[in-house]
Design a protein around this ligand. Structure first.
Ligand code: AMP
Length: 494
């Protein structure tokens, strides 16, 4: 029978129920059948606590196999899974509970006291998969009758400006994207993927997990990314999905040699820009060209470098089959990236105004990212639209300046921001991480003046020990803007 929702697709695709789907770092293995049974037990427990179709089930807990299986449990119940970043403070969690009104909240035991004031039903889950959620419930569960367009998850965007919004994703969104990725990245039942990403974010929760689940492969499931651990696992794996930081850390590890990863099939990077230099160094060291792709919470994956064909450093490749990507109002080839396809989320949770504002009349979603296509159809991201610097009326795309800065001797990485300026409106400032051998600020500025139009050259280049990043490795430019907001404010005489 043809699949009618995400769980039925999982059943259809996992043809060998006795194949191992997930191997934990605690030594536990779950076959596809055992994982399905685990999701059935969780669904029965949730149902006993009153969860029904359309209800939200919130989770804020350390990564565990049970935490991951909660998504499949919710999908089978027709409920909506709502994972929350483990770093959120109780005050922040209060906002999500108020907004999403979950029927059940699952967290570690120490958080229950505060949360029980906010949500009626609290269940516990620890990082070893123990807690009140894990009852001795039956494995057999009668799945709800859900359809492709029914919601299955709410993922809150990271919300660097204003309150974060809940992106409502449907069974069809996740299924279509996972199927496209299995195909595009040639996943098969022989694949073994090192899974060291968090599961409160789309990358670890959906991209890595669903691609493997629908191909019949296996996950080597780790609590967190530990470079020694990952290096030691690579001989047993075929693929790795990671954020750029994984790759810079791997490059710095002496165990990463060409021989060590000779048998690997694919290294994939996303969630934040991979420096072209990292791509090139990784290829020189290992013989593998990292495959970079581009996606976001609201859309899952949009574009990918090719599996067969040239993987271009600094680009995020071409639109995946069935997904349309266009640039709105391009200026010198750079425009706002807009996306349409079965992957694009349904709406922002209980926020019709915001939903309407982010979609064009013809159904394209406005991503907020700026980009350009080259002659061969490869997309390059120039940065978030809100990170664009407008100085004296000229547009400056941070990526262009960052690329030049990264080429300067001694510069390890850089972030370019706009800082308020009385004359220019905003002025370009660079924040860099550099080796001691890096030239002085004025020499760097002089060097850039030879390569860039005057308005693009940073007025200041500030060296810091490290750039502020979130858990997915994204540089938090909003924090840098706050830190340097007064850099050009005239000093009041005292
Ligand atoms: P999130 O919703 O947390 O997954 O963040 C999505 C955002 O991450 C996108 O809108 C992009 O700004 C950024 N992003 C994701 N992948 C890439 C990539 N390969 N290169 C550059 N930026 C990326």
């Amino acid at each position: 029978m043809a699949a009618t929702n995400f769980p039925t697709l999982v059943r259809e695709k996992s043809r060998d129920p006795n194949a191992v789907f997930i191997s934990g770092d605690d030594g536990r293995n779950f076959t596809y059948q055992q994982y399905w049974d685990l999701s059935g037990r969780l669904a029965n427990t949730l149902a006993a606590h009153g969860v029904g179709a359309g209800d939200r089930v919130a989770l804020q807990a350390e990564k565990s196999i049970e935490a991951l299986a909660l998504f499949l449990a919710c999908a089978r119940m027709g409920a909506m899974f709502l994972p929350l970043n483990t770093a959120y403070t109780p005050r922040e969690v209060e906002y999500f509970i108020g907004d999403a009104e979950p029927c059940v909240f699952i967290c570690e035991a120490e958080k229950t006291r505060f949360l029980s004031m906010l949500c009626k039903t609290i269940l516990t889950l620890d990082d070893k998969g123990g807690g009140t959620l894990i009852e001795d419930a039956p494995a057999t569960f009668k799945d709800a009758d859900t359809a492709w367009n029914d919601p299955v998850a709410i993922l809150y965007t990271s919300g660097t400006t204003g309150k974060s919004k809940g992106a409502v994703l449907t069974h069809g969104n996740l299924a279509s994207n996972a199927l496209a990725l299995v195909d595009a990245w040639a996943f098969t039942p022989r694949d073994v993927l090192v899974h060291a990403l968090p599961i409160y974010h789309t990358h670890g929760l959906f991209t890595a997990t669903n691609t493997v689940m629908l191909s019949g492969g296996r996950l080597l499931f780790r609590h967190k990314f530990d470079v020694n651990d990952v290096v030691s696992l690579l001989p047993d794996a075929t693929t790795l999905m990671g954020v750029p930081t994984f790759y810079t850390r791997l490059l710095a590890h002496e165990g990463l040699t060409r021989d060590h990863v000779r048998h690997m099939r694919l290294f994939i990077s996303g969630s934040a820009p991979l420096l072209a230099e990292t791509h090139q160094r990784f290829e020189a060291k290992t013989g593998h060209a990292i495959l970079e792709r581009y996606g976001m919470t609201e859309t899952s994956m949009n574009t990918s470098n090719p599996y067969h064909g040239v993987r271009r450093a600094g680009t995020v490749g071409m639109p995946l089959p069935g997904i349309e990507v266009r640039l709105a109002d391009p200026v010198e080839g750079i425009g706002m990236i807009e996306v349409r396809g079965p992957n694009v989320f349904q709406s922002y949770w209980r926020n019709p105004e915001k939903t309407a504002a982010e979609f064009r009349c013809d159904g394209f979603f406005i991503t907020g990212d700026l980009g350009s296509f080259d002659g061969q159809g490869y997309l390059t991201i120039s940065g978030r639209g809100k990170d664009l610097v407008i100085t004296g009326g000229f547009n400056v795309y941070p990526k262009e300046i960052e690329t030049e800065l990264d080429l300067l001797p001694g510069v390890i990485e850089s972030a370019v921001i706009g800082v308020p300026h009385v004359d220019l409106g905003e002025c370009v400032v660079a924040v860099i991480v550099a080796k001691n051998s890096a030239p002085e600020e004025h020499s760097m500025i002089a060097g850039l003046q030879l390569r860039l139009a005057k308005f693009k050259v940073p007025k200041r280049i500030i060296t810091v020990a490290e750039l502020p990043r979130n858990a997915m490795g994204k540089v938090q430019k909003n924090l840098l803007r706050q830190t340097y907001a007064s850099l050009f404010k005239p000093q009041r005489p005292v």
